[in-house]
Design a protein around this ligand. Structure first.
Ligand code: ZN
Length: 168
């Protein structure tokens, strides 16, 4: 597959609400394989389709980063079923290189999605995996991790964000 560039903050595709996948056809399978390649290449924990310029409801999380017995999990048309508790963790995003912020999000998340074969699954995640699922799911709604930080912190990041947007 063609290598796809990870788009940076400032690219309008990151603010779009991504479209539902109607059918898991070859195009979607190619998209997933591009996402996995780009994620591995960037050594990240998760990557959503809008981050490679495709506004579709698909994301991947590389659970092997957390647990070596795990692998990359694909989420198509994901829905957050339930969240529990709250935790503050440092978070980054491949579309915001060099920017890390402590962000409060639910500590646990139950998500329902389709896998690459179109099979529905429902799973509960906690720790870093929960963080990744919530972060990537946000991308499908045009929500970025900087939307979760305080206005004061965002003001402090203004210069860095401007530079990123200018480079994208
Ligand atoms: Zn991100």
């Amino acid at each position: 597959m063609a290598e796809r560039r990870i788009v940076l903050y400032g690219d309008p595709v990151l603010r779009e609400k991504a479209a539902k996948v109607d059918e898991i056809n070859q195009e979607v399978k190619d998209l997933v394989s591009d996402l996995v390649d780009a994620l591995k290449g960037a050594q990240g924990l998760g990557l959503a389709a809008p981050q490679i310029g495709v506004s579709k409801r698909v994301f991947v999380v590389d659970l092997s980063v957390i647990d070596l017995s795990e692998s990359v999990r694909v989420f198509i048309n994901p829905e957050i079923v339930q969240t529990d508790d709250e935790i503050e963790l440092e978070e980054g995003c491949l579309s915001f290189p060099g920017i890390y912020q402590r962000i409060v999000r639910p500590a646990k998340v139950r998500v329902r999605a389709l896998d690459i074969n179109g099979e529905q699954f429902e799973m509960t995640f906690d720790g870093l995996a929960a963080r990744a699922v919530l972060h990537e799911n946000d991308h499908l709604n045009g929500v970025l991790f900087i939307d979760h930080i305080s206005p004061l912190t965002r003001t402090m990041l203004k210069g860095k964000l401007k530079k990123l947007a200018a480079a994208s």
